[in-house]
Design a protein around this ligand. Structure first.
Ligand SMILES: Nc1nc2c(ncn2[C@@H]2O[C@H](COP(=O)(O)OP(=O)(O)OP(=O)(O)O)[C@@H](O)[C@H]2O)c(=O)[nH]1
Ligand SMILES: [Mg+2]
Length: 346
């Protein structure tokens, strides 16, 4: 039972009716995995999946929050209802930054059609993308037509987070070399739209050609990737092949002045249209759903197995340490035990 004395199940219809207070409570319950969170998510699930979910990621200070703020304004001009979920998986010291973001977006706080929420950090023990996906679902059920997920950094955690969005927007700025960083982490390859923000700064042209080079290089490297891989379609198109594939465009913006936002929104629309209106887009969308389900199942199954099999795992670990058992044999024993068979253990 939540703070307001409303059970999670009573909360669902209120969230679905667009109640912001209920939404805030629902987000907290889901984020903290408080009792009843599963039931709440189950009830909200049918109402999710309709919003456009946009991931905004990039190195610290590139202007993600400024861009998010500008995007909120642009989307509001269209009459959209907008949700923002901010995550900082990389740093436990981000209280100030998040507070700063909040202050920056304060001008939207009086707007009842805008909901902004910072996600509690769960990066340390994984499952961050699961938390993000859960909270996104609640915000969608509230009736947001667009949800922006802001994440700081260009590492593995951000790559995982990009897996739960529809359109992944990767932000870079001139003269930072963060495109190189992002390239290493595979973030550039995961981008559906690349934003070169702070285009008012010197070096924007150089930065853009470097970005193009990085993309071309990653495309070449990915050209040999298996066809089923996430980025295959994009890389094929980048290397000049298959038609109908999506090629990540580069959009220049000056977020602090709201410049380039119309073009950015045009590209976001184009990506959405591609996802739902083309064969390869629908394939990509289905592949993403499957991929994030797989990540979720891995998380849940591992959790369940670890919870149930702790004594067996302890025993297996001892035997592996004594070199009586190799890890493959240990996994065979664990699986056998999980299947309810007596197993191979003595
Ligand atoms: N010159 C210029 N400055 C910008 C632009 N966009 C944002 N800034 C400034 O860059 C600084 C960082 O912007 P933020 O939006 O906080 O960047 P961020 O990526 O959200 O930063 P973190 O959340 O800390 O990673 C602020 O001082 C902004 O005013 C731009 O297009 N041009
Ligand atoms: Mg920020």
């Amino acid at each position: 039972v939540s703070a307001g004395g409303t059970s999670p199940t009573e909360l669902a219809p209120r969230i679905l009716a667009g109640d912001v207070g209920a939404l805030a409570r629902g987000c907290r319950i889901v984020d903290e995995r408080a009792s009843g969170y599963r039931e709440l998510l189950r009830e909200l699930f049918p109402a999710s999946g309709r919003a456009r979910v946009i991931g905004v990621t990039g190195a610290p200070g590139v202007g993600k929050s400024t861009l998010t703020d500008a995007l909120i304004s642009e989307l509001r001009k269209r009459g959209e209802r907008v949700g923002v979920v901010a995550v900082d998986p990389s740093s436990p010291f981000s209280g100030g930054a998040l507070l700063g973001d909040r202050i920056r977006m304060l001008r939207h706080s009086a707007d009842s059609e805008v909901f902004i929420r910072s996600l509690a950090t769960r990066g340390a023990h994984g499952g961050l993308s699961r938390s993000a996906a859960d909270v996104l679902r609640v915000v969608e059920a509230w009736g947001a037509t667009s949800v922006l997920l802001e994440t700081v950094g260009v590492g593995q955690a951000e790559l995982e987070l990009l897996g739960v969005v529809e359109t992944a927007l990767v932000v870079v700025m001139p003269g930072s070399g963060d495109d190189v960083q992002a390239n290493k982490a595979g973030i550039l390859e995961a981008a559906d739209v690349l934003v070169l923000n702070k285009a008012d700064r010197p070096g924007a042209d150089v930065a853009e050609s470097e970005l193009r080079l990085s993309l071309a290089l990653s495309g070449t490297r990915l050209g040999t990737a298996p066809a089923a891989s996430h980025h295959a379609a994009v890389s094929v198109s980048r290397t000049g092949g298959e038609s109908g594939a999506w090629t990540a465009p580069i959009v220049r913006t000056v977020a602090s002045r709201g410049q380039g936002l119309v073009e950015l929104l045009t590209q976001l629309d184009a990506h959405r249209a591609w996802l739902s209106g083309s064969e390869s887009g629908r394939g990509e969308r289905a592949a993403r759903v499957r991929r994030s389900l797989l990540a979720f199942l891995r998380d849940v199954v591992a959790e369940a197995v670890l919870a149930e099999a702790t004594p067996l795992i302890d025993e297996l670990a001892l035997r592996v340490a004594r070199r009586e058992l190799d890890p493959y044999a240990a996994s065979d024993e664990l699986l056998a035990a999980m299947r309810g068979r007596p197993g191979l253990a003595p």
